[in-house]
Design a protein around this ligand. Structure first.
Ligand SMILES: O=C(O)CCC(=O)C(=O)O
Ligand SMILES: [Fe+2]
Length: 351
């Protein structure tokens, strides 16, 4: 977590894209009056009819604004305490090792590397896609790719580590408001040894070939967390886009039913209906998609589902346009865990 570079978020982090789960609405909050003028009618239409219901929602928004203002300081405090006090269950998974990876994944990464070396006029993307299929992967017409990443035993141990961490009494922050059972791998400290090398040593060549226009070749930071779906908590996730250029979503288990990922197909010229692609999760496999592509998770109907989500970022792309407010970002410096906006002349490639 000790970043050598100053960390920034876009000012929109503090008051935009607040998700009202009950009414499935993303809102902007400036003050009570603006909120009332802008959203009271829309909320009424969505079933928030009484003053009591409205006041409850407003109180939750105030709480969320406070949480966001305190987020970075709290994150840093928690991170320091966790590193001192947390007793690891499976110490070896805290440092990525070749054996933890599915051999088909390392083959895909090697092939991507070779394609980049040979480059010339070759149709890199097409060749990459056939390597993915040859190695147990899938491709959808929503420009998303699913392929094996971790071995099953690695998934099992990561899941056990997450459960162990969730159940320990050390204070932790919720990685975002969309999933109650979420755990931040960055605050936990697991991502440094596990996710950083995964991106740096294996994913970068793949994303460079598959997403050249979305910063696939210039990823320089990420945010990673685990989402959990269960009957007693969140069972699904509403439509949204990520605060990422490219997202990797790795399934950690198989003892659940349904809970597929849905993605909007990119619009082609002249087409009105974008259409939806449904992809099922498979244990150990990662789904790679563009962060700006709208997606959602269908409800699970049995069991518990765990996935690692990695929001990979390229400052070259996001410095021009913040993915959350769709404007040129207004930078606000924070103590740690910024959202990947690094000035052009800063030490690039933290990964
Ligand atoms: O649970 C999933 O498969 C999707 C999660 C997701 O899209 C997110 O957390 O950003
Ligand atoms: Fe997402």
């Amino acid at each position: 977590m000790s970043s050598p570079r100053p960390e920034f978020v876009c000012a929109c982090f503090f008051n935009k894209n607040i998700f009202l789960k009950k009414y499935k609405l993303h809102i902007t909050y400036e003050c009570d009056r603006q909120f009332q003028e802008q959203y009271r009618d829309a909320l009424r239409l969505k079933g928030c009819s009484t003053d009591k219901q409205y006041d409850k929602e407003l109180a939750e928004i105030h709480q969320e604004i406070t949480r966001r203002r305190n987020y970075h300081a709290t994150f840093l405090d928690n991170y320091i305490t966790i590193q001192k006090k947390y007793k690891k269950l499976h110490p070896h998974i805290w440092k990525l090792n070749f054996n933890m990876l599915d051999s088909r994944f390392t083959a895909i990464a090697q092939e991507a590397q070779q394609l980049l070396v040979l480059e010339g006029n070759r149709p890199l993307r097409k060749e990459m896609m056939s390597h993915i299929i040859d190695n147990g992967g899938n491709i959808t017409d929503a420009e998303t790719f699913r392929f094996p990443v971790f071995t099953k035993i690695t998934c099992q141990q990561i899941m056990e580590e997450i459960e162990n961490f969730s159940n320990c009494s050390i204070k932790k922050t919720q990685p975002n408001t969309m999933n109650k059972g979420g755990v931040s791998l960055d605050e936990m400290g697991l991502s440094e040894g596990l996710i950083t090398p995964l991106i740096k040593d294996y994913l970068q060549p793949i994303t460079k070939v598959l997403f050249p226009n979305w910063g696939g070749g210039s990823l320089d930071s990420y945010k990673s967390f685990v989402v959990k779906y269960e009957h007693a908590g969140d069972t699904n996730l509403s439509w949204h886009y990520d605060n990422s250029e490219i997202t990797l979503n790795i399934s950690l288990n198989s003892n659940f039913r349904n809970g597929e990922l849905q993605l909007m197909k990119p619009t082609k010229d002249g087409e009105e209906d974008q259409g939806i692609v449904v992809i099922s999760h498979e244990e150990g496999h990662g789904i790679l998609h563009c962060g700006r592509q709208q997606h959602s998770a269908l409800p699970i109907t049995a069991g518990v589902r765990y996935n690692i989500i990695v929001w990979m970022r390229s400052s070259m792309i996001r410095n021009k346009l913040c993915p959350m407010c769709q404007e040129k970002p207004t930078l606000v410096q924070v103590s740690t865990a910024g959202d990947g906006f690094y000035p052009e002349n800063s030490l690039c490639n933290l990964l």
